[in-house]
Ligand binder design. Structure first.
Ligand SMILES: C[S@@+](CC[C@H](N)C(=O)[O-])C[C@H]1O[C@@H](n2cnc3c(N)ncnc32)[C@H](O)[C@@H]1O
Length: 275
């Protein structure tokens, strides 16, 4: 969704962010994955105080409410999204909707569980960094981790009539979300760790060496994790894009720079072999 007319800067930013998240609510697999995990976390919810950071339109909040918390504090920073949230959940006496950044929120009592969905397609390119700036310590966080993993892919395994080698050459150093929509990749194909996030530890990024792998393309997938388990991945949940980039060497890195409330993804080949 894009804004097609000119707007004052402040309104533009608010509406743009509001619209940016609307598409996620169509992703039933994402919601079902969270729902299954909330079932496992029932003991952390029933009769307890739960915070949802970035509650959006309240879809996950509704799932949390099915497990009978004593109190659900639904924190949402975007004022337009917050209006929708308050409208939808404000009538439930267990819900306290708060229009604030989670980094500014200071609860009056103990928080048993914090639930969030702050993941970007490149893992740390959306809002995960906000969880490192909390002014309270929840006893449990769900999900508590995430990984960005890569797969090396041969162009001959992707049957695309438009994107051929000459197109790919123009995209060196660029990671393109959903460049190929048709592919046969499975989560198991993504066996190369690129970056790892753990609540309380932050983000770790790795020097990646793909010299033992054949293929002219590198694909990236987000994996949301909790403990040692995968909650869902970009392969299964349509909300996140698979990132694609032409191979230009054997070693690369993905790094992140957090600045002015945004996280930028920096991608670089360490030993380019094409020219
Ligand atoms: C990916 S959406 C998730 C919405 C909802 N939790 C769900 O999964 O259905 C992220 C939401 O977090 C909000 N958000 C982003 N950064 C935030 C922050 N630092 N504090 C509070 N809310 C934030 C966004 O406006 C957006 O509504």
């Amino acid at each position: 969704m894009e804004i097609l007319n000119d707007l004052p800067e402040e309104q533009y930013v608010e509406v743009d962010e509001f619209l940016a998240y609307i598409g996620i609510y169509d992703d039933d697999k994402r919601l079902n994955a969270y729902s299954r995990w909330l079932q496992k976390l029932d003991g952390w919810i029933r009769g307890r105080t739960v915070v949802e950071a970035g509650a959006g339109f309240g879809l996950i909040s509704r799932k949390i409410l099915e497990h009978s918390p004593a109190k659900l504090i639904a924190v949402e920073s975007n004022p337009l999204t917050f209006n929708v949230l308050r409208n939808r959940l404000g009538g439930d006496s267990r819900v306290v909707p708060i229009n604030m950044s989670i980094e500014e929120f200071v609860p009056s009592g103990h928080i048993d569980l914090l639930v969030h969905e702050f993941y970007g397609s490149m893992l740390y390119d959306e809002n995960l960094f906000a969880l490192e700036m909390l002014r309270f310590t929840p006893e449990q966080v769900f999900p508590d981790g995430g990984e960005l993993r890569a797969a090396v892919v041969s162009l001959r395994d992707i049957h695309d009539e438009v994107v051929d080698r000459s197109v790919l050459r123009q995209l060196e150093g660029v990671i393109v979300g959903d460049l190929f929509v048709e592919h046969s990749l499975t989560p198991q194909d993504f066996d190369i760790p690129v970056a790892r996030y753990r609540f309380g530890e932050g983000i770790a990024t790795f020097d990646v060496d793909i010299s033992g792998k054949d293929g002219e393309l590198v694909a990236f997938s987000l994996f949301i994790t909790h403990g040692d388990d995968v909650v869902c991945s970009a392969i299964e949940c349509q909300n996140w894009s698979i990132g694609w980039t032409p191979r230009a060497g054997d070693r690369f890195r993905v790094d992140y720079i957090v600045e002015d409330g945004y996280s930028r993804t920096i991608f670089s080949w360490k030993n380019r072999t094409t020219g």
